[in-house]
Design a protein around this ligand. Structure first.
Ligand code: FAD
Length: 418
């Protein structure tokens, strides 16, 4: 039943599930756009909303404390009349009654529901993976547990997974003086997200920094003392690597089980339309868990795991709830920090058929341009801020074909190719 009246003490105009990037930004955007109804944010996490990217970067390294990664100061939420219910998980949704069931026994009802549940780390499917000393990096509690292990003297780490999170964690651990081995099953790191040039560069960089990078290597099991902590990792080859901690970064499983159980359509996350509506009445979904047709991927249905996507979808959904149904069409962008290197990515490189290298990776400043049928579709910029800024503009303007020889020349500004 759709009503804005506070008919029961636990009825809310908007309930937001998830206190991460998407959830927090949705609440902020609703208030910015003049929404005056009640807002409840429900989160499994016990900490107030915080940024996730620093968990594998500055926070893990100890360079930024929790205060500096909070999305807003703690008092902000009450000042904006946004109620936080922390440490509570939504376990079920009744889409007809517009009612949720919570792990703390609560049964709040909503007029509109925004689901921003993000994802749970994919678990390592091998024997020994549940031993103490095996870590994932998703929540503050995960990073805190790793930091505690380091304080307790862990010195040898095996990182499983050569995606951004694994590589960033490896860089921090090296900085903290650990011996690090990084295991990647595929022939190159970042294989699912970047071209060969970037993979080759980061592999070389990590090796130069002392990480033992093992490609095309599978993990057989995690070894430990009887009922004790991790002592090593056995590879598929039979080789055993001794270690005190294992960090697993092998992807994310969208956290949408209650939505799907309630009847929402979705196979990889939950399906949403152009303004982030699910197939359930009055239920929206945003962020990592939202499978949407992305205009920068030729309207292929994809999920994006980035702060940009969570923030821009939050703005789209807030507008939709305020009655302005503007299609989601934001340009995807992303970043990753490893050692002193800053990577900035614009666009999506899906189905690229050519890459153009701009600059020399030896200088640690270069750009990879991804092309499809002669048209630039994405930029990976390592230390090349200008290329990133101008590349974004180019993509937003909808570029036509560009001569690869001109793009490859770093003396020709991308701006001049528009
Ligand atoms: P999240 O921020 O994950 O928030 C989801 C919240 O929902 C969580 O708090 C979760 O506990 C809660 N939740 C889930 N299910 C329930 C339930 N049933 N009931 C109640 N609460 C629930 N992106 C970048 O763009 N650049 C980066 O450099 C970058 N680095 C990253 C580093 C790390 C270590 C991680 C983990 C992610 C990184 N990302 C980065 C990705 C980025 O953080 C995510 O894309 C973003 O947080 C997605 O926002 P979200 O709201 O969809 O999900």
């Amino acid at each position: 039943m759709a009503t804005t009246d506070q008919t029961t003490p636990d009825h809310w105009d908007v309930i937001i599930v998830g206190t991460g990037h998407g959830g927090a930004q949705a609440a902020i955007a609703l208030r910015q756009q003049g929404h005056e109804g009640s807002i409840l944010m429900i989160g499994r996490d016990t900490a107030p909303p915080y940024e996730r990217p620093p968990l594998s970067k500055e926070y893990l390294a100890g360079d930024k404390g929790f205060e500096r990664i909070m999305i807003r100061p703690e008092a902000f939420w009450a000042e904006r009349d946004i109620t936080l219910r922390l440490g509570a998980a939504v376990t079920a949704i009744d889409p007809i009654a517009h009612r949720l069931t919570l792990s703390d026994g609560g049964q709040p009802t909503y007029r509109k529901l925004i689901w921003s549940g993000g994802g749970d780390p994919r678990r390592l499917p091998v024997p020994g993976a549940v031993l103490p000393g095996v870590f994932y990096v998703r929540d503050k509690a995960d990073a805190d547990a790793m930091m505690a292990a380091l304080t307790d003297g862990a010195k040898r780490a095996v990182v499983i997974g050569g995606g951004y999170i694994g590589l960033e964690a490896a860089a921090v651990l090296r900085k903290l003086g650990c011996e690090v081995t990084l295991i990647e099953m595929l022939p190159r790191v970042l294989a699912r997200v970047a071209g060969e040039e970037l993979s080759t560069f980061y592999t070389a960089e990590h090796r130069r920094q002392g990480v033992d990078v093992r490609l095309e290597t599978g993990v057989h099991s995690v070894l430990g003392e009887e009922a004790g902590r991790v002592t090593g990792v056995r590879l598929d080859t039979g080789e055993e690597l001794a270690c005190d901690m294992v960090i697993v970064g092998i992807g994310v499983v969208p956290a949408v089980a209650p939505l799907i159980a309630a009847g929402a359509a979705g196979s990889n996350g939950v399906d949403v339309d152009f303004c982030c509506r699910t197939t359930l009445d009055d239920v929206y979904a945003i962020g990592d868990c939202a499978a949407h047709a992305n205009p920068y991927a030729d309207n292929a249905v994809i999920r994006l795991e980035s702060v940009q996507n969570a923030h821009d979808m939050a703005a789209t959904v807030a507008r939709a709830i305020m009655g302005e149904k503007e299609p989601y069409h934001a340009l995807p962008w992303f970043w990753s920090n490893q050692y002193d290197l800053k990577l900035q990515t614009a666009g999506l490189n899906l189905d690229y058929d050519q890459t153009v290298l701009r600059g020399d990776p030896e200088t640690r400043k270069f750009t990879v341009v991804y092309m499809r049928a002669g048209v630039p579709i994405a930029f990976d910029c390592v230390g090349t801020m200008k290329d990133y800024v101008q590349g974004r503009k180019l993509l937003e303007n909808g570029p036509g074909k560009i001569d690869p020889a001109l793009l490859a020349n770093p003396d020709v500004a991308i701006r001049d190719l528009m």
